[in-house]
Design a protein around this ligand. Structure first.
Ligand SMILES: Nc1ncnc2c1ncn2[C@@H]1O[C@H](COP(=O)(O)OP(=O)(O)O)[C@@H](O)[C@H]1O
Ligand SMILES: [Mg+2]
Length: 238
């Protein structure tokens, strides 16, 4: 079967379920993830753990930025390896550094990029409305490089949301932000209807999720109620 036929027949067999089975990721001789098996059905999922524990590698598996060396990853019933285009349509990815994500010269153009292929009037109206909602109207046509860090991350997240993903994966989206902007971005992420998975060192934000996963040394060492998983993380760090 050719890829476009596979995409056409890809069905969303498991809405709201992220399933990772027996996943191992190696680069050369280094083991980045090992023996990772998870079934995540909660609407809001926190991923925590020390630097280098494998959180970003795990997050990147969910939209195919990283491929498993062994095991399988399915998002809402779609195998990430086999249905990459369909998965990327469903999974919005928010990076730590918004500069990695803002592709166009101005905020208005960047948001419009998320709506390419739609009628011009619709694009203009939704871009206008999105800029207003996130306090960016005054910056619509200024160079994106002139935005503050908080405004840039808001723009990056707004561009992801415009594409209406069914799963939003955010890798330390608040790490570079001050408290006010971290809260704004955190609140916006947690208020989404889409399923949200947030990699974070902000344990207050993690505690507000429905479930948490703790990584250590490339393995999942705890998953469950955020408070219990956070307590385990605190013990792990001594
Ligand atoms: N492409 C790569 N090649 C080699 N090592 C990598 C690569 N990506 C990540 N690593 C290593 O894998 C480990 C886990 O990285 P990462 O998933 O980024 O952890 P975290 O996000 O929890 O800080 C780290 O030791 C990191 O240096
Ligand atoms: Mg990381």
């Amino acid at each position: 079967m050719r890829w476009w036929q596979r995409e056409a027949t890809a069905t969303i067999a498991e809405p709201g379920t992220v399933r990772v089975q027996g996943v191992r990721v190696t680069v050369d001789d280094r083991v980045l993830l090992d023996d990772v098996t998870l079934e995540l059905t909660a609407p809001r999922i926190a991923v925590i753990g020390e630097n280098g524990s494998g959180k970003s590698t795990f997050a990147r598996l969910l939209n195919g930025l990283v491929a498993p060396t062994a095991g399988t990853v399915t998002v809402h019933g779609l195998d990430v390896g086999r249905h990459l285009t369909a998965v990327r349509r469903r999974v919005g990815f928010v990076f730590t550094d918004p500069d990695a994500q803002i592709l166009m010269p101005t905020p208005a153009e960047d948001l419009a990029l998320s709506l390419r292929g739609r009628p011009r009037e619709e694009v203009a109206a939704r871009v206008h409305e999105t800029l207003a909602r996130h306090g960016l109207s005054d910056h619509a046509d200024l160079p994106a490089s002139s935005l503050s860090g908080g405004q840039k991350q808001m723009l990056a997240l707004a561009a992801v949301l415009l594409a209406e993903p069914a799963l939003i994966v955010a890798d330390e989206p608040t790490t570079l932000l001050d408290l006010r902007n971290a809260r704004r971005i955190g609140n916006l992420l947690l208020s989404q209807e889409a399923q949200v998975l947030i990699v974070t060192h902000d344990l207050e934000l993690a505690a507000r999720c429905d479930t948490a996963v703790l990584f250590d040394g490339g393995r999942v060492v705890a998953q469950g109620q955020p408070d219990a998983v956070i307590a385990r993380y605190r013990r792990l760090c001594g």
